[in-house]
Design a protein around this ligand. Structure first.
Ligand code: 5MM
Length: 341
């Protein structure tokens, strides 16, 4: 493990004014996104869509890294440059999703454990030769009646730590993503409690597996109320509750915390990140940034709608969201900036 390289990559991913584009939708998920805009999902349309995002002029000023799916890292731009090399040449870290999805946890109805550890060492070795500098693994924790169980939190934390150790062995920075889902009617307090239990288990497992913390990025959910909870907190409350929890659970050696958007709207995700970076009375030893999928792509997808004539509109929408979130990483986002007024 070369700690210097790992730490430098992690710092680059969390650089001021920038964040990560999560464009690692697997086959099923990207089909769902394309269905919603009436576009067909084929290898060629997926390449066209990802190409639209990646070649957007100026995006490298706000995007530090892109997480791709296996198919995408083997695709190229129009002039035949493989996407990983193209992104690297623009100063954007090329990344790869390496988990094989959340699968039902035996004996625990309604819960899942993320799989993909078998053969991971060999897959990572190949990804390193393809120029990929960081990876992502997402664990999914559901809040519900009597869940999450200790078995679900424990097995997901253990898998995240084993994945992270293998990545670092290969010289690849692991993005560690324990996602407590927004689905359900639970309160914000319940989300805080479960997120706290999850982060405690994850950092205990990372320590047990001797993961080098300056060489990781944490990708957590924010502390929010369930989507169906009647009592929805505003950004200021989300920011305070999230920061208080992270201060208690995340060691200062972690260089960056890049939030997932988890089903928040584009504007909510930006406003919440802005509110966190604007808080001055809670210490922030790590950089707080974004690793959004839907909250960076929704408008871009809609503007594009699978129509090649709409590529410039899709790129403009993507660049705008990247700029807004980039501003939120330094606490300089505002409604005026959003609307250009
Ligand atoms: C881009 O979405 C990823 C989904 O992958 P699957 O196809 O395997 O479900 C997802 O892991 C994503 O990286 C994170 O959840 C963050 O995305 P959001 O949309 O929550 O910001």
């Amino acid at each position: 493990m070369n700690q210097e390289i790992l730490a430098a990559t992690a710092r680059a991913l969390a650089a001021t004014g920038k964040g990560i584009l999560a464009a690692d939708e697997s086959g099923g998920t990207i089909k769902k996104r394309f269905d919603a805009i009436g576009a067909e999902s084929t290898e060629q349309t997926r390449q066209a869509y990802r190409n639209m995002l990646f070649v957007t002029e100026g995006m490298e000023q706000h995007i530090s890294g892109v997480i791709m799916f296996d198919e995408t890292v083997r695709q190229s731009t129009a002039d035949g440059t493989p996407f990983p090399a193209y992104l690297a040449a623009r100063g954007v870290q090329p990344g790869i999703k390496v988990d094989r999805g959340a699968k039902p946890l035996a004996g625990h109805p309604g819960e899942s454990v993320t799989e993909g550890l078998d053969g991971l060492r060999e897959r990572l070795a190949e990804y390193a030769t393809l120029g990929l500098t960081f990876a992502k693994w997402r664990a999914v924790i559901t809040i519900g009646d009597g869940i999450p169980s200790a078995a679900c939190i424990g097995s997901n934390a253990e898998a995240l730590a084993r994945y992270a150790a293998l990545c670092q062995e290969a010289g690849i920075v692991p993005v560690v993503e324990p996602e407590v889902l927004l689905d359900g009617s639970h309160t914000m307090e319940r989300c805080r409690e479960v997120t706290g239990q999850t982060l405690a288990a994850v950092f205990a497992a990372l320590a047990a597996h001797r993961v080098y913390l300056p060489g990781i990025i944490l990708k957590p959910n924010m502390v929010v109320a369930g989507a169906d909870c009647p009592d929805q907190p505003g950004s200021a409350e989300v920011a305070r509750q999230t920061l208080e929890l992270l201060s208690a659970q995340v060691p200062a050696e972690v260089p960056g915390i890049a939030f997932l958007s988890g089903g928040q709207t584009e504007l909510q995700a930006t406003a919440n990140l802005q509110a966190m970076n604007a808080i001055a009375d809670i210490g922030k030893p790590w950089r707080l940034t974004f690793s959004y999928g839907r909250a960076l792509q929704q408008s871009a997808l809609q503007s594009w709608s699978g129509n090649s004539e709409q590529l410039p509109a899709g790129q403009a929408a993507f660049l705008h969201r990247a700029r807004m979130n980039g501003a939120a990483t330094s606490g300089s986002y505002s409604e005026a900036l959003e609307t250009g007024s």
